[in-house]
Design a protein around this ligand. Structure first.
Ligand code: HEC
Ligand code: HEC
Length: 349
């Protein structure tokens, strides 16, 4: 049996372990100055958004992260940005063809991955939004996504004592306005940079490819890189890749934005980085597997055929071709990005 004294000592000891564990866990979510230092990856072009009028700071980034993960931005506090943009799927939505928002309402498009956004000058599958800072207004106010108003968010955050402190830490005073919210969200999403996949290491000469992966890269450069061009794996244009329009969704893509018939059924060329994690595929999530995508490309006679402008034929992809291509596409998975501690849900603390 333990006497009173040793019992006391053991309790103190256990308490210390608990406390240590708690601070260690807290440190895990701490963001330092170095964490928000922005460096352009070696092989990447200059970014289009440079954080010039939105100076990166640990406190603003942390506020952005909290907002991204907080369902308070939705009408009934059920849906956060992260409900649809899941970290383990490179911030796409695994396994859902169409996005699921507030009240179980289904949107009309597949949730895209969030990565390398500061190299984009238009957003969404149809380019309907043209600036990273205003982009969150769209999901916040969309009735089938978060169905909230900015005015109401300001009220809710203003009534929240923790957020008052967060804004003070971030901006020096407790003023909460839409500009501050949007800039904080942009610091968080803008630093989602994926540039450390096996492919990147291969290009830098610090990793090697298998024979299959090399063949896949060759095939990719011949048949796909025209649109999915390196190193971002998109040329940032809108194209029709030959998908049959869905008669139920009737999504005209870019055409609905520009009003030009020649833009009908064109969609933004998506980046293929982390593609093995972001299934299902295409703007409407119609394909579950990469092999489905390759079968489609293999049998798709014409690209951009609706626009009748650039006609592009990939030709048949044999079973071997498909194997090589899939091996190559898997080298685009970036585990350092997916497991980057900066992007983990802070509410898990
Ligand atoms: C209900 C699901 C849902 C929620 C909630 C949601 N999104 Fe999205 N997000 C989408 C879908 C779907 C698209 C593509 C929309 C389109 O093409 O019309 C998208 C597109 C985007 C894009 C553009 C990506 C690109 O490469 O073009 C960004 C950035 C983004 N969301 C950030 C956010 C942020 C920040 C929030 C929270 C304020 C948020 N999203 C909340 C479903 C959601
Ligand atoms: C003519 C331009 C073009 C070419 C060539 C092309 N693609 Fe695409 N790709 C697109 C467009 C546009 C989309 C989005 C289409 C949509 O959702 O409506 C897309 C979508 C995809 C997707 C789904 C991405 C996602 O996030 O859902 C994959 C995977 C893909 N392409 C792989 C390839 C491969 C592999 C090749 C070569 C065999 C290839 N593509 C050739 C334009 C092209």
């Amino acid at each position: 049996m333990m006497n009173k004294k040793s019992c006391f000592l053991v309790s103190i000891f256990l308490l210390c372990i608990l406390l240590l564990g708690f601070t260690a866990q807290n440190n895990y979510f701490n963001i330092s100055k170095e964490d928000v230092e922005f460096k352009v990856p070696k092989t990447f072009p200059k970014p289009l958004y440079k954080f010039k009028n939105n100076k990166l700071s640990p406190e603003i980034f942390v506020l952005g992260r909290k907002l991204f993960y907080d369902p308070i931005l939705s009408k009934d506090s059920t849906t956060s940005c992260a409900s649809c943009h899941q970290r383990i799927a490179a911030f796409a939505h695994i396994d859902h063809a169409l996005s699921h928002g507030i009240n179980g309402l289904i949107g009309k498009r597949n949730v895209p991955a969030l990565q390398n956004l500061i190299w984009k000058d238009d957003f969404m599958w149809d380019g309907g939004v043209n600036h990273i800072e205003v982009q969150p207004i769209s999901p916040i106010t969309n009735p089938v996504e978060m169905n909230e108003t900015v005015a109401n968010i300001l009220l809710k955050l203003g009534a929240n004592i923790n957020y008052k402190t967060d804004f003070k830490n971030a901006y020096g005073d407790t003023l909460i306005n839409s500009e501050r919210i949007l800039k904080a969200l942009t610091q968080f999403t803008g630093l989602m940079i994926s540039a450390n996949s096996k492919y990147d290491k291969y290009m830098e000469g610090t990793d090697t490819f298998t024979a299959y992966e090399k063949k896949g890269l060759q095939l990719f450069r011949n048949k796909c890189a025209n649109c999915h061009s390196e190193p971002l794996f998109t040329d940032n244009t809108f194209r029709n890749n030959g998908l049959k329009p869905d008669t139920v969704l009737q999504d005209k893509g870019r055409g609905a934005i520009t009003g030009k018939a020649e833009d009908n059924y064109k969609f933004k060329v998506p980046s293929l980085r982390n593609i093995a994690l972001t299934y299902p595929y295409m703007h409407d999530g119609r394909f579950r597997k990469l092999s489905d995508v390759l079968n489609f490309y293999s049998s798709s006679p014409n690209f951009d055929s609706h626009a009748a402008r650039e006609v592009y034929d990939i030709g048949v992809l044999t079973a071997d071709d498909q194997k090589y291509l899939i091996d190559f596409l898997q080298t685009l998975t970036d585990k350092t990005f997916i497991y980057d501690k900066r992007f983990i849900d802070p509410f898990m603390k």
